[in-house]
Every structure is written in structure tokens, then in C-alpha cells.
Design a protein around this ligand. Sequence first.
Ligand code: ATP
Ligand code: MG
Length: 450
Amino acid sequence: MHSVERIGRYRIQRPLGTGAFGTVWLAHDDTLDVPVAVKILADNWSHRPDIRERFLSEARLLRRAGSPRVVQVYDIGELPDDRPYLVMEYADGGTLADLLHDGPLPVPEALRFTALAARAAATLHEVGIVHQDIKPTNLLLRTGPDGVLEVVLADLGPARTLAEASGLTTAAGAAGYRPPEQAEPGAGIDARADVYSLGAVGYHLVTGSVPGPPGKVVRPDRLRPGLDPGVRRALMRALRTDRKRRRPDARAFAEELERLATGPKPRRRRHRLLGLAAGAAVAGMAFTQMDHGPAPTELRIEDTTGRVAAVVPATWAGQVRGWGWDPRVLGLPAGHQPGFAVADDLARWQDLGADVDGMFVGRVGRGEITALVNALAHPACHYDGARDHTLPVWHGRVRTWSDCPGGGSVVEAGLTPPDGSGQPQLYVQIRQQGEPKGIRRVLGSVRVGG
Ligand code: ATP
Ligand code: MG
């Protein structure tokens, strides 16, 4: 790849990101004195006539949409080495994918962003274009005149006009956001395909997890306890496998989400959380009321595979992320392992200056969890020492820190079988406001299956 410093009047400044077909650069239009984004088709693709044509057709389609909700194209051209490029409006706020780095969004915000994305898709549908690749990296954010973030739909790479799309053999789209008909040759594609992807974006923003494959999507309220049932229904309806049962129209979906963003009533939300059946044996996550009476004091949380579970104080169970983890983040051998995080505010889990109550539990496949826990440190907090707990099903190595910058505490624990057999083993992290409380009880409730 040759480095380019200037393309005509556009002075290249820095890369904004790289996708499957090329790199997008921030550049400055020296004539109009405005920032622009320049997408240059990658070297290896620029010799393929079909890909070149797709790249240029994207520019034409974006032009045809002519909507402020869809990224504006200013110019197209070719570099001296023949690579085609596209000059477009620069979205200064990153993408929805960037917002997700900190975990799920507050529900009203998630619904508003999804509604804006749906309105953007609707403007394409009106001119007969199905996007077919709506996902967080293709939903750009731009600061509006009033300082509020606006959503701009980008990247029509695989988009086709409605007429062309019918009967087209294509498997465009990203896993989790892709409706089943897009993977089915000859199914014919219409606006309902984008409604599915918009539902997937909403689901991701609300739960922090990409939905599972079509037909195997875990209900969003299992990942975000207390979610308004109206929000759950709206998202699950968009994510239906049978497109006849989806909301057919992106604009109507946007309106529904906007209505929901102004609700829900707090009383109803609470009722939903408490109303879940005790001991429900569902695939995915279950929240089981442990105590009888008006409000549960403890809830049973499971990961999405049902293989790791624990009982935690109900006040911790604001949000759950249950898709497991990779022990590589701790320097242990890599691999996907079951696990979950539950907390009143998962977005602030990593921030020792924040008040957070919750727990992370993850299974560890290989490596020595006890040795690892012994090596962990939280220099910003006061170290209270290590203890060995003998619990009904575990030997627990437990180390505690308190007086963290936000006044809270952190517990790091490794659970291994008391018989020394080594497997299964688990890594547990507990955060609490103030001193650690009830650690033995929570650790003792951890169960592993499968
Ligand atoms: P894929 O190739 O799978 O679609 P992608 O959407 O991330 O992935 P690109 O469309 O090439 O790939 O974009 C790369 C990144 O550049 C985006 O993720 C986004 O962060 C950034 N980007 C793209 N267009 C713009 C723009 N107009 N303004 C600001 N940033 C942009
Ligand atoms: Mg893109």
C-alpha cells in the first residue's frame, strides 16, 4: 500500500478506520476549508472490476438517497495507481460501535439511536434501496448544530436497489445483524431485511451483546433485567425469522422506539423483574426469585449457555452480560469460556472510582487460577489480605482490597474443586460500594455444569 499525503485538494491527515474493502481517512478540503472522510479501495481489491464497480455503485446510491440521514458523497476519483476513492462527509462523533465499547447504553438512549438509524434506513427505502449491511460500524455519529449527536447511515457496499435485489444471490451482512433471507439464495430482499438488522442494532445497544443467530436470539430482558416488556416485544418482533411477522416498515419501527424511549413507567419495570417465574428452566439466563415476599433479596443469574450460575443480591442485578469471556484478558491460555457479569452499572465496571455493585464469574479452561489470583494487584486500593475459604463445593482463594478511589472494594477470587482435581475452575471478581460483604455466601452459590 503506497502512502498518500494529498489527493488533489484533499490533504490526508489520519486513518479513521479500516473495513473489509479499504481504509477511511480523515482529510482536509483545503479549498472549502472543511474536514472530509476519504475512503480508498484497498490495493488488492482495486484490480477486481466487480469490486471496483461495487465501490462506485455505492457512491451513486449514496448520492441518490440525497438525505441528511445518509452520508453525503462529495466526489469520486482515482489515484495515480488506479485505486478508486470516494470523498464523503466526515462524521465527527465516531460510530455506534465506539459507544458500545463501554457496555450497553441507557435504554432510552439506545432506543433513540436505533430510532434514528431506522429513520435513516427509511429514507433509503423510500428511494427503493435496501441497505443490507446495517450494523454499528456503519452507523456514524455527527454532532448536530445544537450539539446533539445525530446518526448518519454509511456504507452501502452490498446495497442494491429493491428491483435488483429481488431474487439476487447474496449473503451480505454481518453475523448477528443479518436476517435469514440474506443468507438464502434467491429469497428476494426487501425493506424487512433492514428492519431485522435495525432490531439487531437496538438489541446490541440495549443488552451490550450481538444477538445470536436468527431464531436463536436470547430474550433481551434476560440480559438486561427489568427491561420494559414493550421494548422486548419491539426488538423481538423486528428479529423474527419469518419476515411476514416483522414490522414491515422502518419508519413505523422508528416511531415505536421513539414512543418507548419516553417510557417505561418505573413501577411496571420493577414488576417485570419480580414477575419472572421462580426456577424457570429456560435456555439462556434465568432470574429466579429466591426469597418469598414482596421483593426478592437475591436473584439467580446464569450465563447464556446455562453452564455457570450464581445467586447475587437483587440490588446488583441491574444489567447482565452473559456471553462468556476469553481468559486471555488475564494472561491465561486463550479460548472462549462461559461466564457472566452482573452489576447495577456494567458500563462502569472497570472504573475503580465509580460506585458499582456486582460480580463477574468466568470459567477457566487451562492455566492455574489460584496462581493468577495471587498475582493480581490493585495499587490504587488498600490491600486487606488473602484468605482461603472452604465452601460446600469449592476451595476458594480470596483476596480483598478496600478504600479504592471511589470508596468501594474489590474481591478477586479463584474457585477450584476441594479435592484438588483442578477442574472445573473459575475466576470471580466482586465489586461493592464500601467494605466487602456477604462474599462467602455469593462464592458458595457459584455452580458450574456441562
Ligand atoms: P466493513 O468493511 O465490514 O463494512 P466497516 O464499516 O468498519 O467494516 P468501513 O466502512 O471501511 O468499514 O469504515 C471503516 C471505519 O471508518 C468505520 O468503522 C468508521 O469508524 C470510519 N468511518 C467510515 N466512514 C466515515 C465517515 N464518513 N466519517 C467518519 N468516520 C468514518
Ligand atoms: Mg462501513
